[in-house]
Each structure stands twice: as C-alpha cells, then as structure tokens.
Write a protein that binds this ligand. Structure first.
Ligand SMILES: [Zn+2]
Length: 252
C-alpha cells in the first residue's frame, strides 16, 4: 500500500507504464533481425524487451487512464506496418488546408476522431514523465519538470478541474508511407518562438506536443486540438519538430 500519484489515496499500487504496455509489443518488428522494440530514449537509443514501469497508480486510476485516453489512442495509432486507422480516417476526410508539406483537418467535422482522448492521453504521458523518474534496463530516463503546471494537470486528469490554463496541445499524424514503428519518451525544451516550455513525444505514427507557458500567443490557441474552434489535427511527412517550428514561426 502506498499513495497513488493521481488520486493520492493510500491503496495497493499497480505497475504503471510510462508508455502503454501494448506499445512495446507493437514496436516489435517480426521481420527485423532483432525483433525487440526500438525506443528512442534520449540518452541512448534502446533496443530490448524491457519496459519502463513501476508502481505509481492504483487500479482505479489505471482504469481512468485507459478509459479516457489510452484505449482510443491504441486502437487508432499504427497497428503494424500496414494498418494505421487514424491516418486512414484523415485520408478519407476533407482537409481544411493542404500544402505539399502539411495539411490540417478539423476534428469538429470528423466525428470518428476523439480529440478528447488524444489530448487527455498527451497530458497523461507528460504528467507520468514528471511525477517520477523512470528507468529502462540501465538507461535512466530523466524526470521532466512541469513546474507550476504539474498540479493543475493532475487535477484535470483526475477530473477534479477543467483543462489547465496556459496549456496547448498539437498532434501531428505521420504522412510517411513507410509507417515508423518507433516511440520516444517525452523530452522537454524551450520553445524558440514563444515564452513556453515544450514537451514532446511520438508513438507509433502520432507526434504529440504540449506547450506550457503564459507566453503562448492567443492566435496559437486557434490551432490547439483541445481549445481551438476547429480542433485542428495535422498531417505531415515532416518530422514533428519541423512542423512545430514552422507553425510557431507563423504565429508569434
Ligand atoms: Zn488512484
């Protein structure tokens, strides 16, 4: 028995994962010489069958994370090298804007996309990366710092309060025809153009970026998947960093 990091009640804790357990299985490439998953962990890339896991949440809070984020995201991210349901939905939908490098779609016009689940999941992963340090075999994954946003994010994830102020989420779906069966743990940096901190990670063809800060321009929120009027989702073959740099250059 110990205090659950989300509800803070003293309960038996489950072994929680930094990225969902099912991801590790899906990262295995049966055609590769070494079928163990490849995870880009920052300090060094990792290939092996270990998983970043530790006692963190009670059973009810684990279920909450499944129900409000993970279940939908796992069903819609890349399932293998040929099936990628979220991208298939976008390919069958009408984009709001299309350029060679980037298109975006309004989730309000595409009811099959659960923007709530995508954004809840994004916050749940970066929050997990901040409330504890994690370890993958001998690779220590540094603890991310959410600063004053950690507690409002916990309260939102536990459904005690609304979406936190100063919190902005972008999601980019890979357009690459060779579906990247890769994942990386959350990394943190400073946004070049806005006074905010950037937390990003990618998982099976979907790139998630959460900006936290009081300096995010008001115009940027128009493109936030949670708060924008269109609930925009992006589709691009550019690596996520370049997409975000390009967008944040346009909005200052
Ligand atoms: Zn709990």
């Amino acid at each position: 028995m110990a205090a659950c990091a989300l509800c803070r009640q003293i309960k038996p804790l489950k072994r929680s994962h930094l990225l969902p357990k099912a991801v590790y299985k899906r990262l295995r490439d049966p055609d590769a010489q070494n079928p163990a998953p490849v995870l880009l962990t920052g300090p060094k890339d990792f290939q092996g069958s270990h998983q970043a896991q530790q006692p963190l949440l009670c059973g009810d809070c684990e279920q909450r994370f499944h129900k409000y984020g993970e279940d939908w995201v796992l069903k819609h991210c890349a399932q293998d090298r040929t099936r990628f349901p979220l991208r298939e939905i976008l390919l069958g939908a009408q984009a709001t804007s299309v350029t060679d490098q980037l298109s975006y779609f309004s989730c309000r016009a595409i009811p099959q996309i659960d923007a709530e689940a995508l954004t809840y999941f994004a916050l749940s992963v970066i929050w997990r990366s901040a409330v504890s340090s994690w370890q993958l075999a001998d690779v220590k994954i540094p603890r991310n710092d959410l600063g004053p946003y950690e507690e409002p994010i916990r309260r939102f994830l536990h459904h005690e309060s609304d979406w936190p102020n100063g919190c902005f989420v972008w999601v980019v779906v890979s357009r690459s025809t060779d579906i990247p069966l890769l994942a990386n743990f959350p990394e943190v940096g400073r946004c070049r153009n806005w006074n905010s901190r950037t937390h990003r990670f990618a998982m099976l063809g979907i790139h998630f970026q959460v900006e936290l800060g009081a300096g995010i321009p008001r115009a940027a929120y128009g493109f936030c998947l949670r708060q924008g009027p269109d609930r925009s989702i992006f589709h691009s073959h550019l690596p996520d960093r370049r997409v975000f740099d390009e967008l944040s250059n346009r909005i200052r």
